[in-house]
Write a protein that binds this ligand. Structure first.
Ligand code: ATP
Ligand code: MG
Length: 448
């Protein structure tokens, strides 16, 4: 029978042979964000529609045309999260997390859903890592999250990503700026694409984010927000830059970056690369001082960023960045007969307690087929258990690469002995050896 249906357009499967790549980047994101004091928050994949309508903003592309919204059987309108900020912000307000002290710092891994045209770097289900910080106005916080994003990118081994920085001011600066933008764009009204015409009326700043080539040209001569910042916003922007200078983080000011959310204020930034085509923004973020109040909470100035995991992996692929392979199967036990099967079962449990991957036949193959399978999964060592081995209470463990065999007793010492054998002979642990060598040099200098 043919497969009854295939995966939905714009979605991807992560297969067992590939998931280590995701885990590798996720671990780095977890470790780095923990070093900056962020702890993970997990929120539901769907929320009441009005949360996103308010939290992302009515005039955004996301709310206007990209949301997966449906009515439940109970007649409620719910939406699959298109991004991670609104859900986190709702949880912060709902659980009054401000009582636990400010700032509140949360990180997340989320799957997001947007009805967009699928293309390279643009999916309908995609994944983000993000951080959110609530309850600080300070420019240090802006600089800190930018540094965090930069250290993640650096630790992943990614090169050639530029940090573009801007300030989009506060509602006051923006009112003046929007007026200037309207005046500028009204001159070219008959050249604008349909979406931009409606932006001109509803949210002129979004004109700068238009992806159509003819409108991009207009952006180049448009008024710059940086010429319209009030004193407070100007000072804040300068301060963010001075902290970044202090940390040695390179950036370029791009007065034309704006963000998708309506409630962004002051700092906005993007980490952009040219190596994966048109969808080159790997990470984007900034400040949204009005968001929590907009959602019915107290005044809690906030900021954060989100990093696209698919795009991050695409960049790593494009740059040929090797991702360490997971630990292979350390020991495969091939068995002959029932007694051997039972023995293998208990030996394996002990080996696994040493943190090693160990497997045996679970499909009832013959000996030859079992060995073929051991080879296929790249087992580092194999061992054949039959009646003889059980009678003698020892067995030969074979290094599959060198063919070298070592006899080990099949008693309670087995797992420990095997784990030593594995660690010493496996070059996957080469860096442990290098590390030990460095240290022996270090001890030599001490004893001199
Ligand atoms: P873009 O301008 O590329 O549409 P955006 O402003 O809509 O991005 P954000 O909402 O800021 O994106 O999301 C943060 C990050 O999530 C992006 O920088 C990108 O890495 C990733 N991302 C956004 N939309 C998608 C998508 N449809 N498919 C894959 N990744 C995405
Ligand atoms: Mg988008």
């Amino acid at each position: 029978m043919a497969l009854i249906t295939k995966k939905i357009k714009g979605t991807e499967d992560v297969l067992p042979s590939q998931s280590y790549r995701w885990q590798f980047i996720e671990n780095i994101m977890r470790e780095e964000s923990a070093a900056y004091g962020f702890r993970e928050i997990r929120t539901p994949v769907f929320e009441h529609t009005e949360l996103f309508a308010r939290g992302v903003g009515q005039t955004t592309d996301v709310v206007q045309k990209e949301m997966y919204t449906f009515d439940t059987k109970g007649g409620e309108s719910v939406t699959l999260r298109p991004e991670g900020t609104a859900g986190a912000a709702r949880a912060v307000i709902e659980h009054a997390l401000e009582n636990e002290g400010l700032p509140i710092k949360a990180s997340y891994f989320v799957s997001c859903y947007r009805y967009e045209k699928p293309q390279a770097g643009r999916l309908r289900e995609f994944h983000q890592f993000g951080v959110e910080e609530y309850g600080t106005q300070s420019a240090v916080a802006d600089a800190e999250i930018i540094c965090l994003a930069q250290s993640i990118i650096k630790r992943l081994g990614i090169d050639g990503v530029r940090l573009e920085l801007n300030s989009i001011g506060c509602p006051e600066c923006r009112a003046k700026y929007n007026q200037a933008l309207c005046e500028y764009y009204t001159q070219y009204k008959d050249r604008l694409c349909g979406t931009c015409l409606s932006r001109l009326e509803k949210n002129p700043m979004r004109l700068l984010d238009c992806k159509s080539p003819q409108d991009r040209e207009l952006v180049e001569n448009a008024p710059k927000i940086t010429d319209y910042l009030c004193e407070e916003c100007e000072t804040h922007f300068k301060e963010v830059q001075s902290y970044l200078d202090c940390a040695g983080v390179d950036y370029i000011i791009n007065p034309y970056i704006v963000r998708g959310l309506d409630y962004y204020t002051k700092t906005v930034f993007e980490f952009v690369t040219d190596c994966i085509g048109a969808q080159g923004t790997v990470c984007a973020g900034g400040r949204y001082d009005g968001l929590i109040e907009e959602l019915g909470g107290k005044h809690l100035p906030s900021l954060g960023f989100a990093m696209g995991l698919e795009r991050t992996l695409m960049v790593m692929d494009a740059q040929d960045i090797g991702i360490p392979k997971p630990m292979p199967c350390a020991l495969y036990i091939a068995t002959m007969g029932d007694a051997a099967k039972k023995k293998a079962f208990s030996v394996l449990r002990e080996v696994r307690e040493f943190g090693l991957t160990a497997e045996t036949d679970v499909v009832g193959r013959g000996l030859r087929a079992q060995m073929k399978y051991a080879d296929k999964i790249g087992a580092k060592f194999s061992m054949v258990l039959g009646d003889n081995e059980i009678a003698e209470n020892r067995a030969k463990v074979k290094n599959m690469e060198s063919g070298k065999q070592t006899v080990l007793a099949l008693d309670e010492t087995f797992a420990g002995e095997f784990s030593d054998l594995f660690l010493v002979s496996n070059e996957a642990f080469g860096d442990i050896k290098d590390f030990a060598a460095q240290f022996s040099g270090f001890f030599d200098t001490l004893s001199e």
